[in-house]
Design a protein around this ligand. Structure first.
Ligand code: IPM
Ligand code: MG
Length: 387
């Protein structure tokens, strides 16, 4: 068989999988109504590097905020082990089967960063656990807020989370030794659902602008489709101004002090969303300060936007890791499952601890407080707000 025949076979198989995925998406349009559940199960999954340390801290604060609900049996926390790089490599799976089954038995998940191998690493180049989880649980919207009140920055990014360059990121094709090809995917259903969520958020939160970010002038088919569908959905929201920008100029405009405050809500394909949300988080103090919600119709997962910082562990600084990203993720988790008052309370406490009172600071080393001390500080602040 020729190289091209092999490539065609691979292409056929990935396209069939994608068409099946489209059908599955259509059958799963109904979002979970958390208020109707007898009990909400929150899975806590530590991950690698500093992941277990900052996740434990965030879960401790969450348990504190939800202690009445836990006592009443309305909420249950479950620890899920086994999403470590060692275990994933031992099974040669992005998510080991038993871990996936445990994740699927929860309603929402608080997940620490996991190490993602790349070519040349000591680990085999298995798929990212993050990407696999987003796909397995069909977590189609990666919602990432960035706020810097004194600079007038209040952005919410709706990053498409199951398509684009990511969906087949581990299924590229080396046609020959000379030629490698990757795939980028846009579907109608996948774009409509992320666009709808972004516009609904804008409407419900009185944000008067949604910016669609693509590179549709060059990536004409997939980005072109993404742009066109988002614009179509936007027509159902006449009170909201829709504009569209290319990703390159958007990255520039985020540092333009005069123009950037006009941005409110962004909707964008996966890879652009990945890149620009790290840039955006930098204005607010870096990726360590930013949490994110991965929202699907059935499940939702809440995490930091950064990686597992293995160097902090090898250098023995793990206990000084900053839990703020995971605490911001906890705010989004509380809000998602219907505890908006508690979410607001935690968010307020975090703003006080991180930006206003700053009685303790986290530096990532012994010049600052420990992760646990910061967690205590946040809980004391919550208590002082309730009194
Ligand atoms: C993120 C991360 C992940 C991504 C990595 C760890 C696979 O950078 O959540 O933004 O690229 O999505
Ligand atoms: Mg990223």
């Amino acid at each position: 068989m020729t190289n091209i025949d092999n490539a065609i076979k691979q292409f056929e198989s990935v396209m069939r999988d994608q068409l099946e995925r489209v059908e599955r998406m259509k059958q799963n349009r109904e979002p979970t109504d958390y208020s109707k559940l007898d009990k909400i199960i929150i899975g806590v999954c530590g991950g690698d590097g500093i992941g277990p340390i900052i996740t434990k801290e965030s879960a401790r604060v969450l348990r504190f905020l939800l202690s009445d609900e836990v006592a009443a049996g309305r909420v249950e926390f479950r620890n899920i082990d086994g999403l470590t790089i060692e275990n994933r490599v031992a099974c040669m799976k992005a998510i080991p089967d038993d871990v996936l089954a445990e994740l699927k038995a929860c309603h929402v998940i608080l997940k620490g960063p996991t190490t993602t191998p790349r070519a040349g690493d000591p680990w085999p180049n298995i798929e990212s656990a993050n990407v696999a989880m987003r796909k397995e649980l069909d977590l189609f919207a990666n919602v990432r807020p960035v706020k810097v009140p004194d600079k007038g920055i209040d952005w919410t990014f709706f990053r498409e989370n199951t398509e684009g360059a990511y969906t087949l990121g581990s299924c590229g094709c080396n046609v020959t030794d000379e030629l490698a090809v990757d795939f980028t995917v846009t579907t109608t259903e996948g774009t409509e659902r992320i666009a709808r969520l972004a516009y609904e958020y804008a409407r419900n939160n009185k944000k008067d602008r949604v910016s669609i970010i693509t590179k549709a002038n060059v990536v004409k088919t997939t980005d072109g489709k993404f742009l066109r569908i988002c614009q179509e959905i936007g027509k159902d929201y006449p009170e909201i101004t829709t504009d569209d920008w290319y990703i390159d100029i958007t990255t520039a405009k985020l540092i333009d002090k005069k123009r950037r405050t006009a941005f409110k809500v962004f909707v964008l394909p996966n890879l652009y969303g990945d890149i620009i949300t790290d840039e955006a988080a930098e204005f607010q103090g870096g990726v360590g300060t930013a949490g994110s919600a991965n929202i699907g119709n059935k499940y939702a997962m809440f995490e930091a936007i950064h990686g597992s910082a293995p160097r902090m562990i090898t250098e023995g600084r793990g206990q000084f890791a900053d839990p703020c990203s995971m605490l911001r993720a906890a705010v989004m988790l509380l809000s998602h499952i219907g505890y908006q008052v508690k979410a607001d309370l935690l968010e307020r406490a975090l703003d006080i601890c991180m930006y206003e009172e700053k009685k303790l600071t986290i530096t990532g080393r012994d010049t600052g407080c420990t992760c646990e001390q910061f967690g205590d500080y946040v809980m004391q602040t919550v208590e002082s707000l309730i009194k």
